[in-house]
Design a protein around this ligand. Structure first.
Ligand SMILES: Cc1cc2nc3c(=O)[nH]c(=O)nc-3n(C[C@H](O)[C@H](O)[C@H](O)COP(=O)(O)OP(=O)(O)OC[C@H]3O[C@@H](n4cnc5c(N)ncnc54)[C@H](O)[C@@H]3O)c2cc1C
Length: 440
């Protein structure tokens, strides 16, 4: 477990630093970064305020998007996840035009996937891998409370409160992997933008809650949302994300409101015959955050850099991916063999390029509005056409960004699908309601 100072100041390394990198937060982003950096020859202190090696994030529905699969693979976690019963995260989505059910083309490979797996499984697994990685010192019970500043105010380490007292750890680079309320970002005064989320959310785990086709279900109810994902060990997580206008009534009896909401879903999962095995927990105020991902001597990864809207289920994937982007950009310089500031700038550019567009869309959708015309066009076409549904799958799994998702060729294709659909409906029934090319 904790091996204070075992990779600390030693011969052959810069005498000014205890470690090359000090990572604050040993959850998904921090543990992944520690493993990947250490494998690249970087000496890492991985600090976690909680003392329990099996601690995990409770407020999460733990569906990990397919963009994270290559990182899970690089970390060597895929066999262990499969063994633990992690469920491939195939899903279908309810819309007012019917179900969007992406499936592989007849001759094509399986659709890209990652996993639905409870955080009580995933977090201890990745943290223990970090602990076993040569070059990583996992320091549990280390609550980061301050930064060490060097010349020109540059961050050159951090201070932590531990059961044994205060401790200072000097490092060439400090990584904030400490979640949406990042202490590192706040201590460093990193610029931040917050965006209102006008939905609230509650979730719970169930047994004996079969789902249609054995796969995840998401309901786009415009503006309310709900989802249900099958997980390891036969556990299904159910989440509801209604418009905040419904909060006062919902709160009068959370348990009854939660059940009533689920019962009213189209093709509702049989909640009344299922066994609830956790409390119903939730959050009524969950703004989105975007922070500048770097400052002198500092990098932010995971939720510390960007906290999205939980309804898209993308934060775990980006926590893992951003750890990989950081490692690729800074590993050499963090070990003292390159220009750290240029490397940090490269990481910041990649982070912005890959995530800014996604966050822009999420911020707009967090206004709990109905679909806009472009969304109506694409979602309606995806409910009617397999190849558009596959395209949506790639976006939902964050394998493509918003620009590719809504590229002109796709919009033209979606229009053609809807026009064909209108033609077919008109000839099938003269009295059928007309559908516009935008899907209405
Ligand atoms: C309701 C809800 C549902 C969600 N569902 C999904 C989903 O289905 N799929 C998905 O991909 N994402 C989902 N997310 C988002 C996901 O939970 C986060 O994006 C993800 O956990 C971010 O990982 P992280 O490692 O960046 O941060 P975190 O998991 O938040 O970890 C931060 C770590 O830092 C530690 N820490 C914090 N402060 C300090 C300090 N001062 N000193 C030392 N250690 C510190 C914490 O103890 C913790 O271990 C959901 C979020 C919510 C709220």
């Amino acid at each position: 477990m904790t091996k204070p100072g075992s990779a600390g100041r030693d011969a052959g390394h810069d005498a000014g630093y205890d470690y090359d990198v000090a990572v604050c937060g040993a959850s998904l982003a921090g543990s992944a970064a520690a493993i990947l950096l250490a494998r690249s020859g970087v000496r890492v202190a991985l600090l976690e305020r909680r003392s329990d090696p099996d601690a995990y994030k409770v407020l999460c529905t733990h569906s990990v998007t397919a963009n994270a699969y290559p990182v899970l693979d690089e970390l060597g976690l895929v066999p262990a996840l499969e063994k633990a019963g992690a469920v491939r995260n195939h899903a279908r989505w309810y819309t007012r035009w019917g179900w969007i059910a992406p499936r592989a083309s007849a001759a094509g490979p399986e659709l890209p996937y990652a996993y639905n797996v409870r955080r009580s499984v995933l977090d201890p697994l990745i943290r223990s891998r970090a602990e076993q990685t040569p070059g990583v010192d996992l320091l549990l019970g280390h609550h980061v409370t301050g930064l060490v500043r060097g010349a020109g105010g540059r961050t050159v380490g951090l201070r932590a409160s531990t059961p044994q007292g205060e401790r200072e750890i000097r490092a060439r680079l400090v990584v904030g992997a400490d979640g949406k309320d990042s202490a590192v970002a706040k201590l460093a005064g990193v610029a931040e933008r917050q965006y209102e989320n006008t939905r609230f959310g509650y979730l719970a785990h169930f047994r004996n809650l079969p789902l249609h086709g054995g796969i995840g279900q998401t309901w786009f109810l415009e503006p309310d949302m709900a989802y249900a994902f099958p997980n390891d060990d036969g556990v299904t997580v159910l989440a509801v994300l209604p418009d905040k206008k419904r909060l006062p009534a919902f709160r009068e009896d959370v348990e009854e409101s939660f059940h009533a909401f689920v019962r009213a879903l189209p093709e509702a999962p049989p909640i009344d015959s299922a066994e609830r095995i956790t409390k119903i927990i939730g959050t009524v105020n969950y703004p989105l955050h975007s922070r500048k991902p770097t400052a002198p001597g500092i990098a932010l990864i995971g939720d510390a850099a960007l906290t999205g809207d939980p309804l898209w289920g993308v934060g775990c994937g980006w926590a893992l991916e951003s750890a990989q982007w950081l490692t690729e950009a800074v590993a050499t310089a963090a070990a003292g063999r390159g220009d750290l500031d240029r490397s940090l700038a490269a990481y910041a550019r990649k982070h912005r390029r890959r995530l800014r567009g996604h966050q822009f869309m999420a911020v707009d959708f967090a206004k709990a509005r109905p679909f806009n015309p472009v969304e109506r066009l694409v979602f309606s076409a995806a409910a009617r056409d397999e190849s558009v549904a596959r395209h949506m799958h790639l976006f939902a799994q964050r394998l493509i960004g918003p620009l590719r998702f809504l590229n002109p060729v796709m919009l033209a294709k979606a229009s053609a699908v809807n026009i064909r659909h209108r033609g077919a409906s008109a000839s099938a029934s003269a009295s059928a309601p007309p559908y516009g090319a935008d899907g209405r």
